[in-house]
Design a protein around this ligand. Structure first.
Ligand SMILES: *Cc1c(COP(=O)(O)O)cnc(C)c1O
Length: 495
């Protein structure tokens, strides 16, 4: 199967090239030329499979040039025991007859990024090999918390890769910092940067743009890459859990064969909900995709009005992984909803770059509203939902998941639609102890890592093993550098 650029349909490449390159040379996003179908008969087949087998079944239909035996090995490594601490990998939890929660945080870093970043390194190194790339790839990441740790865990000890993560010294939580500086693995590096996330990110961009540096690294046998969420190798593994959730509902008789469900997704960069859209297009019976945003509600406005406008205030919220003004994966959605009109996509993206906004035409607006519903949630509403879920259902959720439940609640009130709905849970509440405890009314909070035990004592919910284990981990990385010295860290690591 070929992949093409959302900005030029004539630009084509193989699956392995698409994953190895990450981005089309014209700046477009690489997208499958045709979407494989997943008819209800396939769902019946998949119903009886393990999560890992479902991964192979779906990914195989997208990845020409990859043998099923290869994919089977990757699925075992990425989602097997030792990495995921729940045997179903992505379990569906029942809250009531028409409300279910898809928990995507049973991986090594307790956040949904693991679902993609556990698989990407395998797809990437295989793709490099298939394209005769002899050099070792070094993944550079600037992180505000979740992505860096998930990328470290995904790439650690993967052959032909190295990974170097930069985080802002004063811009991540104590637990997030501990997760990163105690990272094990022979091919990993972690470095904190004086300044905020923007400083770290600008520093990484400067390194990527430095051709002289690229030349030096090439002579040493390395090239630099990113583990960006627009890489097809990150979107594809996310399609699997939507199909898998549908199979699980069917298997437990929560729904009947072919019955439609809704999904509600806490959204930032639009990667997660885009995967749900693809699952729907492939044939999984999904009626409405409910897009949930926090106070940064650029997507809510876009879906409701057809105008995307990033010229607005940026808010730091208690659901930080959704604090985003430009959702880069939305480009693939525009491509699909415009009937794959590459010229139009190029035009909209040009306007976004130049003016920070664009307005889609009426046919796209209509399709958007037929497919999506959108809502948003501020921090007070987020805390209220965490408290209510705990009080009414004894179910402990993190702030990102709470945003989704709030938006679902509003959606049901406004529409009266009581379709069985799967709400996506994207992080363990233990990753955001302080906000969760505050929402539960606990003002006197323990410092540092002790807060994990405090949340356990208060709720009786055990701390997930990867976080509980932090206590006994050695700190391995201590360097703090100025932004201008980040390049030296790269040279030092890739000696
Ligand atoms: C990344 C992230 C999101 C947003 O997902 P997108 O694919 O960027 O829309 C939501 N919740 C958590 C916890 C995340 O880490």
């Amino acid at each position: 199967m070929n992949y093409l650029s959302t900005r030029n349909k004539d630009l084509r490449m193989s699956a392995s090239q698409a994953i190895a390159k990450g981005l089309a040379p014209d700046g477009g996003l690489l997208t499958p030329a045709v979407l494989p179908r997943l008819p209800i008969s396939s769902v019946e087949t998949m119903k009886e499979m393990s999560y890992q087998q479902r991964v192979v079944y779906i990914m195989n239909s997208f990845l020409e040039g990859f043998a099923a035996s290869e994919l089977t090995a990757y699925a075992a490594e990425a989602y097997g025991g030792g990495k995921f601490f729940h045997e179903d990998v992505a379990p569906v939890v029942k809250l009531n007859d028409n409300t279910y929660c898809l928990e995507l945080w049973h991986g090594p870093t307790c956040a949904f990024k693991d679902m993609a970043l556990q698989m990407l390194p395998h797809l990437l190194t295989a793709s490099m090999e298939k394209n005769d790339e002899k050099k070792t790839v070094c993944i550079l990441v600037a992180t505000s918390g979740d992505t860096g740790k998930a990328a470290l865990e995904g790439f650690r000890n993967v052959d032909k890769t190295k990974i170097l993560v930069f985080y802002p010294k004063d811009g991540v939580s104590e637990i997030q910092e501990l997760q990163m500086v105690t990272q094990v693995g022979g091919n990993v590096g972690v470095c904190s940067v004086m300044g905020n996330f923007d400083d770290a990110q600008t520093g990484v961009k400067t390194i990527f743009a430095n051709e002289e540096l690229a030349q030096i690294l090439a002579e040493r046998g390395y090239f630099l890459s990113s583990a960006n969420s627009i890489n097809w190798g990150r979107v594809l593994p996310q399609i699997v859990y939507y199909a898998s959730a549908y199979c699980d509902l069917l298997k437990s008789d929560a729904i009947s064969k072919g019955q439609q469900i809704n999904v509600c997704v806490p959204t930032g960069n639009f990667g997660n909900i885009l995967a749900a859209y693809y699952a729907r297009e492939m044939g999984i019976p999904i009626k409405t995709l409910i897009c949930a945003s926090n106070h940064n509600n650029v997507l809510t406005d876009f879906i409701n009005t057809g105008t995307y406008d990033r010229n607005r205030t940026f808010y730091n919220t208690i659901s930080p992984s959704m604090d985003i003004l430009v959702s880069s994966n939305l480009e693939r959605m525009l491509f699909e909803l415009s009937g794959r009109n590459d010229k139009l996509v190029r035009d909209y993206m040009g306007q976004l770059a130049e003016y920070g906004s664009y307005r889609v035409d009426s046919s796209i607006r209509t399709k958007l509203r037929q497919t999506f519903s959108a809502g948003c949630c501020d921090d007070d509403q987020t805390r209220a939902m965490i408290a209510r879920m705990w009080k009414e259902q004894s179910y402990l959720i993190d702030p990102h998941t709470a945003v989704a439940f709030h938006v679902l609640d509003e959606y049901r009130k406004n529409t009266g639609d009581d379709t069985v709905t799967v709400t996506v849970s994207t992080a363990s509440p233990f990753k955001f102890c302080s906000s969760v405890l505050a929402a539960l009314g606990v003002k006197d909070q323990k410092p540092g890592i002790e807060i994990l035990d405090q949340l356990t004592q208060f709720t009786g919910v055990p701390t997930p093993a990867p976080l509980a284990g932090l206590k006994n981990r050695q700190r391995r990385f201590n360097s703090v550098v100025e932004k201008s010295a980040m390049e030296n860290c790269v040279l030092e690591m890739l000696k």
